[in-house]
Structure formats: structure tokens, C-alpha cells
Write a protein that binds this ligand. Structure first.
Ligand code: ADP
Ligand code: MG
Length: 227
């Protein structure tokens, strides 16, 4: 496989958490290849290491050993400044529990990654409007996260993740805490992103999301297998 076509290349990833005398091997020799524009789905029981793997792919967390290369960048060799910029430009991350900034409005949350990358104010304003239209939340732009339902907060999280139009989207159980009707909106957003050619890695047990997958993966006890 040509390296230029590769979005994510993980080889022999291990991640061990040590708390006092207790060692938890969250990732054990994980290998993963996701091509550009591919849609990969990871499922598996709670505690399997799925969130840890997404954190390592995004550069939020460093592996204990092994190599993680995203769009040709060997993340293990980069410093925090590089990784912060890299994430902001290349990786949209939708967290399981939304992680919106509670003191900022919906618009301000969505604008945040663009402020970080110092986009011009008029661009930010237009893009926020566009993103809120995509996730169907224009009418909520001045609300604060606590004034929104879980599904609405999750849609804001998607809008924020997409702010800088990143080529890679990571989503951690994005419909896990939502009812069937609300999660359908999330499924539609993912469908559209797939059509747009984004590279997507989703941790999910949602059948409707699994149907979009080009690559199905299963994680158990820190080990990743293809299905
Ligand atoms: P999943 O997302 O599949 O439920 P996680 O990646 O969250 O699994 O966790 C994998 C394992 O690593 C679990 O046993 C969990 O308790 C442990 N773990 C995760 N994060 C930490 C941490 N920051 N410190 C210590 N142990 C952790
Ligand atoms: Mg998890």
C-alpha cells in the first residue's frame, strides 16, 4: 500500500497505564491501517481500549511503545506545540461526553478551533453559521451547553470538530447516549462526511453507523482484530 494514500498507520502500539503497583495494558500490540477517505468502525466491550486508541491516533495521548503515523507525521516524535496545531488542523474529535466548554455559547464553542488557528474574524463568523446550518442548530447559537439536550450538545460537538474542515474525523460512541430519533441526525451527518471523502474512525455499536463502514474492527482486552 502506498504511504501517500494512508491516513492512519499504527504499528505495534502499546499503551500501559501504571497506577501505583497496578499496571493496565490498555493497548497490546495494536496494528491498524486506515486509508484516506476510508470509514472504519471499531466496536468492543467497555474497557477494551477503544477510547485510548482514539486518543493515541489524535495525538492527545502518546503510546508507551510502537509507532503512530497520521498523514505521514510520526506523532510519537513531535512536541506538544506541534501536536496541538496538528490536531487543530487535521483531526476533528467528537468525544463520548461532548466536552463542550461550559462558559462559552454554542457559536463560541464552534468558533474555538478557528480562533486557535487564527482564522480571520469574517471567515469564522461565516463558517460558524454554515456549520450550525449543517447540524441544524442555527436557532441555538447563543445558548450555553447546559441549556441544550444531549443530542443538541453532540451536534455542537460535531460542528466544532469540523470547524477547520479536518481531513480526519474521530468519534467516540457518538450516538451512545442518544435516543433513536436524535441519533439518526448524527448518522446522517456521518453519511454526508463519508460522501465528502473524509477519513473517519468511529467507535460505535450503532448498527446504522456500522453499515457505513469500509473496515470493521473489534477490540477486546487491548487487542484489535479485523472482522
Ligand atoms: P474503552 O473506551 O474501550 O471502554 P478505555 O480505552 O477507556 O476503554 O480504557 C482501557 C483500559 O485502560 C481500561 O481498563 C481503563 O480502566 C484503563 N484506563 C483508561 N484511561 C486510563 C487512565 N488515564 N489511567 C489509568 N487507566 C486508564
Ligand atoms: Mg471508551
Amino acid at each position: 500500500m502506498k504511504l501517500g494514500r494512508m491516513a492512519v498507520l499504527a504499528s505495534s502500539l502499546c499503551k500501559t497505564y501504571q497506577i501505583g503497583d497496578v499496571k493496565v495494558e490498555a493497548l497490546k500490540d495494536v496494528n491498524l491501517k486506515v486509508r484516506k477517505s476510508e470509514f472504519a468502525v471499531i466496536r468492543g466491550p467497555s474497557g477494551a481500549g477503544k477510547t485510548t486508541l482514539l486518543n493515541v491516533i489524535s495525538g492527545i495521548d502518546k503510546p508507551t511503545s510502537g509507532k503512530i503515523v497520521v498523514f505521514g507525521h510520526d506523532l510519537g516524535s513531535k512536541n506538544e506545540d506541534f501536536l496541538a496545531d496538528f490536531r487543530c488542523l487535521n483531526v476533528g474529535f467528537v468525544f463520548q461526553f461532548y466536552n463542550l466548554i461550559s462558559t462559552l455559547t454554542v457559536s463560541e464553542n464552534v468558533a474555538f478551533p478557528m480562533e486557535w488557528t487564527r482564522k480571520p474574524e469574517n471567515h469564522i463568523k461565516q463558517r460558524v453559521e454554515e456549520l450550525l446550518r449543517i447540524v441544524d442548530l442555527q436557532h441555538r447559537s447563543n445558548h450555553f451547553p447546559f441549556q441544550l439536550s444531549g443530542g443538541e450538545q453532540q451536534r455542537v460537538a460535531f460542528a466544532r470538530a469540523l470547524a477547520n474542515d479536518p481531513p480526519l474525523l474521530l468519534a467516540d460512541e457518538p450516538t451512545g447516549n442518544l435516543d433513536a430519533k436524535t441519533s439518526l441526525k448524527i448518522v446522517r451527518i456521518l453519511e454526508k462526511l463519508k460522501d465528502d471523502g473524509k477519513t473517519i474512525v468511529v467507535v460505535t455499536h450503532d448498527e446504522r453507523i456500522m453499515r457505513l463502514a469500509d473496515q470493521n474492527l473489534y477490540m477486546q482486552d487491548g487487542t484489535l482484530v479485523s472482522l
